[in-house]
Design a protein around this ligand. Structure first.
Ligand code: INI
Length: 163
């Protein structure tokens, strides 16, 4: 399959003109700030200009979908990155907050047609969140930055081919 003649795959280095919105929650900001740093780092290391990255803050993960949708539908961005941390130990309504954030962000992506990378940590403990925010399990914000670039690149290739 890897030698299929009509095969499309995004790359990371051919979208240096990308315009990206990062929407991040303030809740658990000591974790979220590290994820935002990671997302920025991924974009800038692959040639995206800082001026082409816009950062908007929302109170919590539950508020992500509205602003993600707004940025995605503005026509001003090639991709959006949603960033937050929902930690089970901090809330009895973990499942509602995490579930609505995931559902709403996916809906915004499909409705707008603009790729949205999902850097929303859902963990049982603060320790697990820290591990995913730049310590031993990497940085999920950085990974989301790469995902945004790959999806922009793939979208452009598919468009060029008429899909
Ligand atoms: N928001 C988060 O982003 N992470 C959480 O862990 C969290 N907890 O624990 O409750 C959280 N709650 C706030 C929620 O996202 C809304 O901002 C709030 O319910 C007001 O609408």
């Amino acid at each position: 399959m890897s030698d299929a003649p009509n095969r499309f795959e995004g790359t990371l280095h051919d979208v240096t003109d990308a315009r990206v919105a990062i929407v991040a929650s303030r809740f658990n900001h000591f974790i979220v700030d590290r994820l935002v740093d990671g997302a920025f780092d991924a974009l800038v290391r692959h040639g995206v200009s800082r001026e082409n990255v816009v950062l908007a803050h929302v109170p919590g993960a539950y508020e992500l979908p509205l602003v993600v949708q707004r940025m995605a539908k503005s026509g001003k961005f090639d991709a959006v990155i949603a960033v937050s941390a929902v930690i089970r130990g901090s809330t009895p309504h973990f499942d509602y907050v995490a579930g609505e954030a995931a559902k709403g962000v996916a809906h915004a992506m499909l409705e707008s047609g603009v790729p949205v990378a999902f850097a929303v940590l859902t963990t049982d403990t603060i320790e697990q969140a820290i591990e995913r925010a730049g310590t031993k399990a990497g940085n999920k914000g950085f990974e989301a930055g790469l995902t945004a670039l790959e999806m922009i690149s793939l979208g452009r290739k598919l468009s060029s081919a008429g899909y």
